[in-house]
Structure formats: structure tokens, C-alpha cells
Design a protein around this ligand. Structure first.
Ligand code: CMC
Length: 424
């Protein structure tokens, strides 16, 4: 079958089918409006594909996630974040020369303009680092105005990847009143982040290789997830031909919400609340099931995964390994495991196919690394950046039209303006 037919008011419309490289099929309705005057309606976009993309494949029924064809399990185990960033952006694994040049570029561009340090002084100490990050990323456009030169796009992609770590760690240092730490050129991407986060001028600081390895894997697991809310936002903003910094800043803001990337902070706060409340996790599972109670089990459920989120499986294992390698024990990890077990056996969660998602265990890992809770979503942003950039690039290279959904209007019908004195 190469088309679907739709009957409307006695007319039949042939709608071409489109098939992806993994056999996924969709009905192309692009001409429906011009031919029939009707639109389709799909609040929340449950059944709507917004684009074709060659970057990431997800099979939510089978729990499969692949970047450019490579299984997430192999990348998390064998690759590193910079290599994965290249893969997402340019479609293939880099050769040795490409990778070393890419690493060198990320090192070369890791400082931010000295004047930008003054921006940090203006924020209150308790400002959320996600607010600072999105403001700072947008501000980069004032230093690097965009031209339509394609080389300039690639240069700005490098700048964003290189500088996001510096901006994120400056936001953190500012919030705790410590001097800002400059990047060190001899360190690799994740090592440099940990250095800028934790080094202080009065002490020698050695990056713990166990933490650097865990951070690489964590960032890889977050690096892309096809048309999620923040990536769709980046594509939406980018479709107006807004500059790359403005588009990524919008993605950071979208990620911040607790139903999306903000869930990792919400999970840790939830686990802490359960512990402070005496640790009775069954009580909280009950609350999550109660439709009159606004409480949800944060880190559970996913729009696409109706089986285990493959990232959560890797992170659960990593949590055990990292804590044991660092010689730590965390009561919140025990609460998380207990919650997971109770929920997975409960008919409410089983029937709705709600499983732990990527945010359920990532916070335990960040906490073990000494990263404060309000920085968790910033960590997600650093990880997701290559994905956002790859989608922005794919969109711009495709010359896509501006994204402009339609609506069904449900407001008042035409009525005449009433003078103020005559209104009741
Ligand atoms: N706890 C309790 N009930 C839930 C949960 C949860 N975490 N998630 C979904 N449900 C219920 C929901 O009440 C609904 O029940 P019913 O059919 O009886 O009305 C049903 O499951 C379907 O939920 P939905 O909200 O319609 O599903 P959605 O696809 O619109 O939302 C979600 C997906 C991830 C926003 C949602 O599952 C959720 O709010 N989870 C908690 C927040 C979270 O962990 N977000 C991170 C998502 S993964 C990383 C990322 O994308 O950033």
C-alpha cells in the first residue's frame, strides 16, 4: 500500500504513505488542508510526526535507542561524549584525525569572553542555574552575530559545545560564592568540566577518573532523544531562521520543566522528601495512584517508552557501580529501588505501562559526584546539547519551511465592541 484514503463529506482523498529506514510508517497529510480545507487535530502530538530525521531511532515498544544506527548500550560502554557529539552532528563515527581536531577545537574555544563574567554578577545568588544558563547561551549571540555562512554555523556549534561547560560551572561557582575556575587545556571535555566545577585556587585538584568515566556515560545517555519537547522547541525556533544561540536557549528553557528534564531534580527532591517523611515509600506509591492527589511518581512514565527506558537500565547498574567504586552508600538509592520494585508490581503502573525513565537514577549518580540538586537539569542540558545542535543543523540544511501549526478555534463568535460605560 502506497497511500491511505480518507473520506470526508463524500469526497475521497488519497494521502501518500511515508516509510522510514526502520520500517516505521506515517500518513503524509501535508496537502490535506489545501485540498479539503480541513486540518488534523492531535493535542500533545501523540500521533503527529513533525519531520523526517536521520539522527536517532527509538522503538518505544521494544526499548530500543540508537544514535545514527549505533545502539546506546555500545556507545555508553565504548565511546566518549565528544565522539558521540561528532557522530550526532556529522552522521558517522569520526576517524582519528577528525576526532583529534574536534577535541582541539573544543579545547581552544572553551573560555568565554571576559566581559561575560560581569553578567554573572548581576544574578541573585539563589538564581536557578537553568535560568542563568539559558540567559547566558542567548547572550552568546551578542558576541558571535550569525551570518548565513555555513562555516560560521559549524564554528558556532563548536563554540556552544565548548563554552556550555564553562557557563554552567560559572553559574554554580557564582551560587556558592567561589571564584570562577578557568578551563585547563590539558584536560579532556568531561575532566575539564569536573575541574571547573570543583577546583578551588587554594588547593590542588585531581580529577577522579571514575567520575570522569561516569560523566562521559551519563552525557552520552542524554545526548539525543529525537523529537522530545526541548528538541522540537529548538527546531521550532530554528525554523524561523532565528540564530543558533537563541534556538538552543529556547531548548534549555523547554528542558527545565519538571515533566521533561526538570524531572531529574524533582526525582531527587521526591526521594529526599520520602526519606524525611520516614521512608514509607508505599505511602507515596499510593498517593501517586490517587487521581485526587496531584502527586506523581517523578522519574516514572514516558510518552514513547512503553517498555523499559534502555537508558534507565544502564543508569541503574551504573549507580550501583559508581557508589561502590567511590566507597559511598546512599539511602536514597535504596528508596529508589524499593519504589521501583513496588511500582513495577502494581497494577496501576503495569496497566499504564509506566516504567522508570532516564531521570529516575541519574540524580543518584550526580549526587554521588558531588553535583548539587539544582544543577541536575543543567547537566541534562550539557548532555542534550549535541542532539539539539544536530537537529538544528539537520533542519537548516534541509531548508525546511517555518513551523506553523494550525488550530481549531473555540472562542466567542463575532460581536460588537461595547463602550466601557455601557458594560454591566
Ligand atoms: N505517576 C503516576 N501516574 C502517572 C505517571 C507518574 N509518573 N505518569 C503517567 N501517569 C498516568 C497518568 O495519570 C495517566 O493516567 P490515566 O490514563 O488514568 O489518566 C497515564 O499514566 C498516562 O499519562 P500521561 O500524563 O497522559 O502520559 P504522557 O505521555 O502525556 O506524559 C510523562 C509522559 C513523562 C510527562 C508522564 O509520564 C510524567 O508526568 N512522568 C513524571 C515526570 C517525568 O518523570 N518526566 C521525565 C520524562 S523522561 C525524560 C525527559 O523527557 O526529559
Amino acid at each position: 500500500m502506497s497511500s491511505a484514503s480518507l473520506s470526508l463529506d463524500g469526497n475521497t482523498y488519497d494521502l501518500p504513505l511515508i516509510t522510514g529506514s526502520e520500517g516505521e510508517r506515517g500518513v503524509n497529510i501535508a496537502r490535506l488542508r489545501s485540498e479539503s480545507g480541513m486540518i488534523t487535530v492531535d493535542p500533545g502530538y501523540t500521533s503527529t510526526g513533525s519531520c523526517e530525521s536521520a539522527i536517532t531511532f527509538i522503538d518505544g515498544e521494544k526499548g530500543i535507542l540508537r544514535y545514527r544506527g549505533y545502539p546506546i548500550e555500545q556507545l555508553a560502554e565504548q565511546s566518549d561524549f565528544v565522539e558521540v557529539a561528532w557522530l550526532l552532528l556529522y552522521g558517522d563515527l569520526p576517524n582519528e584525525e577528525q576526532l583529534s581536531e574536534f577535541r582541539a577545537q573544543l579545547t581552544y574555544h572553551s573560555m568565554i569572553h571576559e566581559d561575560m563574567k560581569k553578567f554573572f554578577e548581576g544574578f541573585p545568588n539563589n538564581a536557578h542555574p537553568m535560568a542563568i544558563l539559558s540567559a547566558m547561551v542567548s547572550s552568546l549571540s551578542t558576541y558571535y552575530p550569525e551570518s548565513e555562512d555555513e562555516n560560521e554555523h559549524d564554528q558556532n556549534i563548536i563554540r556552544l559545545l565548548a563554552k556550555v561547560r564553562t557557563l554552567a560551572t560559572y553559574a554554580y561557582k557564582k551560587s556558592i560564592g567561589q571564584p570562577l575556575t578557568y578551563p585547563l587545556n590539558r584536560l579532556r571535555y568531561c575532566e575539564n568540566f569536573l575541574h571547573m566545577m570543583f577546583a578551588v585556587p587554594c588547593e590542588d585538584f585531581q580529577v577522579n577518573p571514575v567520575m570522569a568515566k561516569a560523566l562521559n556515560a551519563l552525557l552520552i545517555l542524554h545526548a539525543d532523544h529525537e523529537q522530545n519537547c526541548s528538541t522540537s522547541t529548538v527546531r521550532m525556533v530554528g525554523s524561523s531562521r532565528a540564530n543558533i544561540f537563541a534556538s538552543i536557549s529556547a531548548g534549555i528553557s523547554a528542558l527545565w520543566g519538571p515533566l521533561h528534564g526538570g524531572a531529574n531534580q524533582a526525582v531527587l527532591e521526591m526521594l529526599q522528601m520520602i526519606q524525611d517523611d520516614g521512608g514509607d515509600y508505599k505511602k507515596w506509591v499510593k498517593k501517586a495512584k490517587d487521581k485526587d492527589d496531584g502527586f506523581r511518581l517523578m522519574g516514572f512514565g514516558h510518552r514513547v517508552y512503553k517498555n523499559f527506558d534502555p537508558r534507565a537500565i544502564i543508569l541503574r547498574k551504573m549507580s550501583d557501580e559508581l557508589l561502590s567504586e567511590l566507597g559511598l552508600s546512599d539511602p536514597l538509592l535504596e528508596i529508589a529501588k524499593n519504589l521501583e520494585q513496588v511500582a513495577l508490581e502494581d497494577d496501576y503502573f503495569v496497566s499504564r505501562r509506566l516504567y522508570p525513565n532516564v531521570d529516575f537514577y541519574s540524580g543518584i549518580l550526580y549526587r554521588a559526584m558531588g553535583i548539587p540538586t539544582n544543577m541536575f537539569t543543567v547537566m541534562f542540558s550539557i548532555g542534550r546539547l549535541p542532539g539539539w545542535l544536530a537537529h538544528w543543523k539537520e533542519l537548516r540544511d534541509s531548508g525546511a519551511r517555518i513551523n506553523r501549526p494550525r488550530q481549531i478555534y473555540t472562542g466567542a463568535n463575532e460581536r460588537d465592541y461595547v463602550e466601557l460605560a455601557q458594560r454591566g
